[in-house]
Design a protein around this ligand. Sequence first.
Ligand SMILES: Cc1cc2nc3c(=O)[nH]c(=O)nc-3n(C[C@H](O)[C@H](O)[C@H](O)COP(=O)(O)OP(=O)(O)OC[C@H]3O[C@@H](n4cnc5c(N)ncnc54)[C@H](O)[C@@H]3O)c2cc1C
Length: 75
Amino acid sequence: MSSSVTKVVVVGGGASGMIAAIAARREGAEVTVLEKNQRVGKKLLVTGNGRCNLTNTDIDISHFHGLNPKFAFYA
Ligand SMILES: Cc1cc2nc3c(=O)[nH]c(=O)nc-3n(C[C@H](O)[C@H](O)[C@H](O)COP(=O)(O)OP(=O)(O)OC[C@H]3O[C@@H](n4cnc5c(N)ncnc54)[C@H](O)[C@@H]3O)c2cc1C
């Protein structure tokens, strides 16, 4: 008896692609992530002021740039 495995290809290894790949894998699919950059999640590395959101413990106005750096605090 042969078993069939669902094969999933995710194009783009950003936040959405990674969570989609994880979700599909958890459902038992064989998952391939195609990412044009050298690694996945590259854009996430620039979030949270360059330290990612989960690890940013040094939020300071001096780290924000642009016409209205205070916007980040209001937001
Ligand atoms: C400077 C900056 C700071 C940010 N700060 C925050 C923050 O503090 N908090 C927050 O919540 N959000 C922040 N964001 C937004 C957050 O990064 C995005 O909302 C999130 O990355 C979107 O995820 P995504 O998977 O939809 O798209 P993306 O992260 O853009 O992922 C798409 C992926 O697909 C790949 N791709 C595209 N085309 C192809 C192709 N043809 N073949 C293969 N791969 C391909 C790309 O290389 C990329 O890796 C920030 C964004 C930027 C630019």
